[in-house]
Design a protein around this ligand. Structure first.
Ligand code: NAP
Length: 339
């Protein structure tokens, strides 16, 4: 792609209205608009791949105090994307043709500040999808939230999601003795056990999670990466052994319904007596835990000890469907859209 081949128009996905409850196609519009022109210090990128995730549902609400700003009605949505530099500022380090990643997905062409794009280096992370994955959040959840140690029994809630599929694998490679996940269907449970090496899986909607977890972890749980909250968190706390570490990483049970709070009733007295450590984990506060992440994740992918589970849809007009289906629990792993 060179500057002389830039088309006059491209497509982008905009937020048509703020959803209350479940998303439907009426909350999005796909519009054809002129390709934007970069200003001084900006890069024009032809996006090739983007990812969607449950956190986008939260950003559709007005000002919820997330580290990223909420989406505006009538404006394009944004999400992590990978693409190729078309034009870059004179004298900078970026060149046309460079593969880069940034946060301006949901559009075929993006204008991004040069200091907001990162080079995609396939010699470090050998798969572009890895750049769009929740790998860094999963790493922080395992290393800082659950602080997984040799021989631990680990519980990952939301184990079939973008973060959970990687957290379970990272926990195992950091020495976990037994890894248990939660998900919503037998199809996903079979994948977690058969392909990702989980030892056991509990299913929401198949009876009390606590009873299922007690069977899966009769000796109790040492470390938790919780991406769900609600019943999954209550069950994890009931089974937590003395001194267990519980990383609160996500609140899918509330988030997918569009809620901005995720209340859970817990018996604090029992947590105090057992010395359970509950840690709220915001990735933005733990960047220092990522020093070894890219090289280690890349090496594990190359060795075949980690896979980056993902579902792939094609075409920008499929991006709204990708997000709706993700929130309804149709997919496994990171959900990406080819643009
Ligand atoms: N703290 C941080 O810095 C940080 C960073 C990144 C992400 N996060 C958070 O971590 C969580 C996981 O992120 P993700 O990208 O891995 O999620 P995701 O893959 O986008 O989540 C989609 C999954 O949510 C599950 N789900 C749907 N309805 C549910 C319900 N009622 N109860 C429980 N699960 C439900 C479904 O999985 P099943 O069918 O398997 O149930 C679905 O596949 C999110 O809350 C996200 O915001 C936090």
């Amino acid at each position: 792609m060179s500057a002389s081949n830039i088309p006059a128009t491209h497509r982008e996905v905009r937020l048509a209205s703020r959803p209350e409850g479940a998303l439907d196609s009426g909350h999005f519009t796909v519009v054809e608009v002129p390709v934007p022109r970069p200003g001084p210090g900006q890069v024009l990128v032809r996006n090739s791949l983007m990812s969607v995730a449950a956190s986008l549902r939260t950003l559709m609400k007005e000002d919820v105090g997330m580290p990223l700003p909420s989406f505006e009605v009538g404006r394009p949505l944004s999400a992590p994307a990978v693409g190729e530099v078309v034009t870059a500022p004179e004298g900078g380090t970026l060149r046309p043709g460079d593969p880069v990643t940034h946060r301006a997905g949901f559009r075929e062409y993006a204008v991004v500040e040069a200091d907001a794009v990162r080079l995609v280096d396939l010699t470090v992370l050998p798969d572009p999808v890895a750049y769009l994955s929740q790998g860094s959040a999963a790493w922080i959840g395992v290393v800082r939230g659950a602080e997984v140690r040799e021989g631990d029994t680990v519980f990952v809630s939301g184990a079939a999601g973008g973060l959970g599929t990687l957290a379970g694998q990272f926990a195992r490679l950091r020495g976990a003795g037994r890894v248990i996940g939660s998900t919503s269907s037998q199809r996903k449970a079979d994948y977690l056990v058969g392909t990702l090496g989980y030892d056991a899986v509990v299913l929401r909607g198949a009876g009390p999670i606590e009873d299922q977890l007690r069977k899966a972890a009769p000796e109790g749980i040492d470390a938790v990466v919780d991406t769900v909250g609600g019943e999954q968190l209550r069950a994890a706390l009931a089974l937590a052994r003395p001194g267990a570490r519980v990383g609160l990483v996500g609140a899918l049970s509330a988030q997918v319904a569009g809620e901005s709070t995720a209340p859970v009733e817990i018996d604090t007295y029992s947590l105090i007596v057992r010395g359970i450590q509950l840690r709220g984990i915001s990735g933005a506060r733990h960047r220092d835990a990522l020093a070894e992440y890219p090289e280690t994740f890349g090496r594990w992918i190359r060795e075949g000890s980690v896979t980056v589970p993902h579902t792939r849809l094609s075409g920008i007009d499929q991006a709204p469907r990708a997000l709706m289906e993700l929130l309804e629990g149709h997919h496994i792993g990171t959900v990406v859209v080819e643009l």
